[in-house]
Design a protein around this ligand. Structure first.
Ligand SMILES: Cc1cc2nc3c(=O)[nH]c(=O)nc-3n(C[C@H](O)[C@H](O)[C@H](O)COP(=O)(O)OP(=O)(O)OC[C@H]3O[C@@H](n4cnc5c(N)ncnc54)[C@H](O)[C@@H]3O)c2cc1C
Length: 440
């Protein structure tokens, strides 16, 4: 749900059942039509270059001009107003890109975004029903472990060498006392990899390294001078925390009073986000807006009620609340789980009762842009080189749980694991597409 800077409230994604829905709003009618033309233009161009209009995040063509042309540029070609961009498109889609700086976003992505979060229709969401351990179990089922050799990667010296046995326990998480990896290098005698953490040297040595962190960490950890190509590519990625700070800190709370009273019940039950567009105070530029975005996590992720962690960034729980007494501060299993972005610390204290912690999203959301897209394509030239692999969002052509997980599966399979979901044909086809893109 959106609240514009003039106070109008819209249910984007609504079939006209609600009086406040965006559809049919006279003020936006022309822009909505132009936007729909833009989306269908991008769909047709994508279809031409991808050879299909089958919905998938994994279609990619090097020659698609929509990779190069930005969405913002296209809105100008289609005469879409700046007001529509600032008041509808940026707030609505910044929740997915985790930045309000959308000027560099390539136009080709609008097809996927429009499928996931349509401007006028209700979105359809599906979620995993299994646990991440199930994925590891299936990949490492010893009765089926593949002895597949690496294919199609000339960089990898070990293409034919391993008759690899992957044991389930290898995939367990070793956290090394929560100390971060700062460097990897080869032991000149054993030729195996040594890992240095902030706590010093790890006692074990490894045949293969898989970086599943972020590109900055990987670039810093491969210190060897021979790794210039790796470092150049990895250092090229930009993260949203470098473009703007709107989504850097989220305030975790349970205070629904930040929603308009009349829509509070609906928001808590049915909506994923409530976004307020505000004019930036003290700024004369009419187009300079600020966006306060509350993620209503408990409305779409009921399982969150069994945990105290929110988000993929680092989570800090505040020990006491400066505003409120202890009892009100506690989040119970029936409390709404909310995370609000776009506020300064001072604003969070006045606007929200019971802030219980913060979530920090630094270096975990690559900025979607043409250069990011090209760099992820270039990753194929360094994947597996010297037995070092890279997976996670930056190693894929977009950013999301599905792509990041699938990139990890691609790497695991390059190392000999099983494909875990053969029964799901769509997922398998996406896996094949990503494996082709990653060149492993
Ligand atoms: C607030 C938020 C909301 C999101 N919402 C969605 C959504 O609704 N749908 C969707 O598809 N995607 C969403 N995403 C994106 C999704 O979370 C990412 O695409 C995905 O989690 C990226 O996975 P990853 O494995 O690349 O990185 P991460 O999940 O960030 O994992 C990287 C890990 O590396 C660790 N690490 C970093 N440095 C080091 C080091 N030096 N040593 C050791 N470990 C290190 C980190 O602690 C972290 O655990 C969201 C992201 C955020 C931040």
């Amino acid at each position: 749900m959106l609240r514009n800077s003039n106070g109008s409230i819209y249910f984007a994604n609504d079939n006209g059942e609600n009086s406040a829905c965006l559809r049919g709003r006279k003020h936006w009618e022309k822009d909505i039509k132009k936007w729909q033309r833009l989306v269908s233009f991008v769909r047709n161009t994508n279809k031409f270059f991808h050879g299909t209009d089958e919905p998938s995040m994994y279609h990619m063509s090097y020659f698609n001009p929509m990779n190069l042309i930005t969405l913002r540029f296209l809105t100008r070609i289609f005469f879409i107003s700046n007001e529509f961009w600032d008041q509808i498109i940026v707030p609505l889609y910044s929740s997915s890109f985790l930045t309000i700086e959308l000027n560099a976003v390539p136009a080709m992505i609008v097809q996927v975004i429009d499928d996931l979060i349509p401007l006028l229709d209700k979105p359809h969401m599906e979620s995993w029903t299994i646990h991440s351990q199930d994925v590891f179990d299936k990949m490492t089922d010893s009765s089926k472990v593949s002895r597949r050799h690496h294919h199609n990667n000339n960089n990898n010296k070990n293409n034919n060498k391993k008759n690899m046995t992957i044991r389930n326990e290898v995939w367990g998480f070793k956290r090394y006392n929560n100390h971060k990896v700062v460097e990897i290098y080869r032991n000149p005698i054993t030729k195996k990899y040594v890992i240095m953490t902030t706590n010093g040297k790890v006692n074990e040595e490894f045949d293969t390294i898989v970086f599943a962190s972020n590109s900055k960490n990987a670039a810093n950890a491969v210190k060897n001078q021979d790794y210039m190509l790796q470092k150049t590519i990895l250092n090229g990625f930009r993260y949203t925390s470098e473009t703007d700070r709107s989504f850097e800190i989220g305030y975790i709370h349970s205070d629904p009073s930040i929603f308009p009273a009349v829509h509070r019940k609906d928001l808590l039950k049915k909506f994923a986000n409530y976004i307020e567009v505000c004019k930036n105070k003290g700024n004369d530029d009419q187009n300079n807006f600020k966006y306060i975005n509350t993620f209503i996590i408990s409305s779409w992720w009921p399982a969150i009620n069994n945990t105290t962690n929110v988000g993929s960034g680092s989570t800090k729980h505040l020990e006491g609340n400066k505003n409120n007494n202890k009892n009100e501060n506690a989040i119970t299993s029936s409390s709404p789980r909310l995370v609000t972005y776009g506020l300064s610390e001072a604003e969070s204290l006045t606007k929200i009762k019971n802030v219980v912690g913060t979530v920090e999203n630094k270096w975990n959301h690559p900025h979607m842009s043409f250069s990011g897209l090209m760099l992820s394509m270039l990753m194929r030239f360094i994947q597996g080189k010297d037995d070092i692999y890279y997976c996670g969002s930056y190693a894929t052509p977009a950013n999301g749980h599905d792509l990041s997980l699938c990139s990890g599966i691609c790497i695991a399979m390059a190392m000999g694991a099983n494909y875990p979901f053969p029964e799901n044909k769509d997922a398998y086809n996406d896996f094949l597409r990503l494996r082709r893109i990653m060149g492993i």
